[in-house]
Design a binder for this molecule. Structure first.
Ligand code: SF4
Length: 172
């Protein structure tokens, strides 16, 4: 035991250092997103996340938007608990047969104007789960999709960029 403690004191950690974060670029992106939401909706954007059957890798990146570094709420963007309060449905995963009805009901419960954003390669076409007996397919196989954000999983910055493109494009 003493040997292990001594080794851990002298040895450098095996994990890699995180990449340098560009806080200024991130803040600019989130501010543009909030401005676009206020122009389009007259208020900030409310997001409801729906896990339609993902491996939870995409959720980890989405959750990161709320951590101390990204802290999305400081720009007025927020995740809501009910689709009735949402402008955007952020849907992850291939849609599993068991989640199909829940996704359809969530879509119907969301008031217009509403947007559906399919997050991750699985949400695009089933990804690594395509062809499984338990999956219906990508999100667009069940509800209309306004934007796909590809990646396995997409980074928080890619998520913000995607939401910004959605609002700027829909305002045209
Ligand atoms: S896209 Fe990748 S991270 Fe996201 S649910 Fe599919 S396998 Fe998991």
């Amino acid at each position: 035991m003493r040997k292990i403690i001594f080794k851990s004191l002298v040895q450098a950690p095996l994990t890699e250092k995180p990449p340098a974060a560009d806080a200024a670029a991130l803040a600019e992106l989130a501010q543009r997103l909030d401005q676009a939401a206020r122009q389009r909706l007259g208020r900030s954007l409310s997001i409801r996340q729906v896990d339609a059957g993902s491996c939870n890798g995409c959720e980890l990146e989405i959750h990161a938007l709320n951590n101390a570094f990204y802290d999305l709420e400081r720009f007025g963007l927020r995740f809501v608990a009910s689709p009735r309060h949402a402008d955007v449905l952020l849907v992850t995963g291939p849609v599993t047969a068991n989640m199909r009805e829940a996704l359809e009901r969530t879509y119907r419960a969301t008031p217009g104007p509403k947007w559906v954003v399919a997050v991750g390669d699985c949400a695009f076409d089933g990804g690594v789960f395509a062809g499984s007996y338990a999956c219906v397919g990508g999100v667009s196989a069940v509800v209309p999709v306004d934007l796909h954000i590809r990646g396995c999983p997409p980074s928080p910055t890619a998520l913000l960029g995607g939401l910004l493109a959605l609002l700027e494009h829909s305002a045209e």
